[in-house]
Write a protein that binds this ligand. Sequence first.
Ligand code: ZN
Ligand code: ZN
Length: 127
Amino acid sequence: MKNTRQRAAILRVLDESAEPLSAEEVFTRLRETEPAMALSTVYRNLERFCSENLLARDDFGDGVVRYSPARRHGHYLICTGCDARVRIDDCPLSSLEEGLARETGFSIESHSLTIYGKCPRCAGKDK
Ligand SMILES: [Zn+2]
Ligand SMILES: [Zn+2]
């Protein structure tokens, strides 16, 4: 039962977060409600959720794996100045995928798209 509650707590943290979180960030946010949960437990559950397709891994190329609810497919704008992340809920690639699948015969499973730039704050600083 304890295991079930911990799993629910981990999923809730990611559901409530507007942006993807690393295992360490999930661990930090769980400290209030689940102070006994070890980082290794958080990590193990996150990986299990990925294999169950409840979570998706987000890789922004910085070597940190972040997780977000799988059903919330979307993309991100990332500020190269301050690392701010803005989620784009619309996926512009679904129609492209359909065309590619037709042209190439690929059965497409997933894609990634991340857009980098400067947020308004950082762009202002550069002047
Ligand atoms: Zn910025
Ligand atoms: Zn997409």
